[in-house]
Design a protein around this ligand. Structure first.
Ligand code: COI
Length: 353
């Protein structure tokens, strides 16, 4: 891809890298390319970060035709810049776009655009453990038209944000509320995609949970309201009798890059991992009889997020509010590979030159 570079004459003062939170600061540049139904992709550029104009009738503002991705760049102790499995994000972006009837970006173009932008923004990558540069590629329908149809014009953009932990708790266990009335997705819908609409539909349950003092919601399946699916911004895993259980990729949950990496790491360390539908009753039963020893979420933003409390109806499960040994081992291994401190035996990292 031919990417034009438009220099920014006003570089920002960098924020305090020890106090970034998540997604509050943005770097000096962004990537943008247009796609037209008669011309394909054109006019790719890395340009100064800033607002863009929308026609009030732009399709995305009305019918939410939008998809996105999330990945991170890490700085190693010897100053190298690494991405983690960017081709997996590229492929998931393709599958989201296919479902949302949007143009597909080739894996090579997706990775190249990210690598070029991150290379320019390398000074924005925090180097402390637990921090990184979060990269947000996204595409949206830009044509001004009110009919409900695929757009003839899209923009594919990438912005970057230096981040610390997603949850204010850091690696400390989070409190999760089991949502048994509202639903996030159903098989046949868009649950397996990363589209803005999935997240819009989750905000009410999230707000209700927050009002009750919980960090996020655990979604049950949309048909029976019975089987555990995923947590707001992460996939979820449970350790029962030393076996790790997680929902199968049944079409309504997100195929997480971190989920896949964690399953691979667990199997490599000889843990048994079972991908099967697990009912909330079975889970609570195992919590009560002491067989459920750990629960944790996995996600790019959340990394490994131990769950300390799970509230379902009147049942509250306390994991002693400690970080369990498997959660800690997975966090250390994953972060170690991502930051280049542990040998990358799975060939997951991609060096940005
Ligand atoms: C990610 O983990 O990258 C996500 O996209 C979660 C995000 C919605 C905060």
């Amino acid at each position: 891809m031919d990417i034009k570079f438009i220099k920014n004459d006003h570089l920002k003062k960098k924020p305090d890298f020890n106090n970034l939170g998540f997604g509050k600061y943005f770097t000096d540049y962004m990537f943008m390319v247009d796609w037209y139904s008669d011309k394909g992709f054109c006019d790719a550029k890395i340009m100064p970060y800033g607002p863009i104009e929308f026609d009030p009738a732009a399709l995305v503002l009305h019918y939410a035709q939008e998809t996105f991705e999330g990945l991170k760049a890490y700085k190693t102790s010897d100053g190298k810049v690494l991405l983690f499995r960017p081709e997996m994000n590229a492929k998931r972006f393709q599958s989201s776009n296919e479902r949302l009837c949007m143009p597909k970006v080739s894996v090579d173009d997706f990775v190249e655009a990210i690598a070029k932008l991150v290379s320019i923004e390398r000074e924005w990558i925090p180097s402390t453990r637990g921090s990184s540069l979060y990269i947000r590629p996204f595409m949206f329908a830009y044509e001004a038209k009110l009919g409900v149809h695929a757009s003839n014009h899209y923009k594919f953009m990438i912005v970057c944000s230096p981040v610390n932990n997603y949850y204010k708790e850091g690696l400390k266990p989070v409190k999760i509320y089991v949502e048994d009335s509202l639903v996030r997705a159903v098989v046949g819908g868009t649950g397996f995609t990363k589209c803005g609409g999935n997240y819009a539909a989750s905000i009410l349950a999230q707000a209700n949970a927050e009002a009750l003092g919980f960090s996020q919601v655990l979604w049950l399946d949309g048909v029976n309201h019975k089987y555990v699916e995923e947590v707001g911004t992460m996939n979820v895993m449970f350790v029962i009798d030393n076996v790790i259980y997680t929902s199968p990729l049944n079409g309504s949950i997100l195929p997480g890059v971190t989920r896949d990496s964690i399953i691979t790491i667990l199997k490599d360390k000889d843990y048994k991992v079972i991908e099967r539908a697990l009912s909330i009753d079975e889970l609570i039963e195992n919590a009560k009889n002491g067989k459920l020893t750990e629960a944790f979420g996995t996600g790019t933003a959340a990394v490994i997020s131990p769950i300390g409390t799970l509230k379902y109806k009147n049942d509250v499960f306390f994991n002693n509010d400690n970080v369990g040994p498997i959660s800690q081992m997975l966090y250390d291994t994953l972060i170690g590979i991502q930051r280049g401190d542990i040998a990358d035996k799975f060939n997951w990292t991609y060096e940005v030159k």
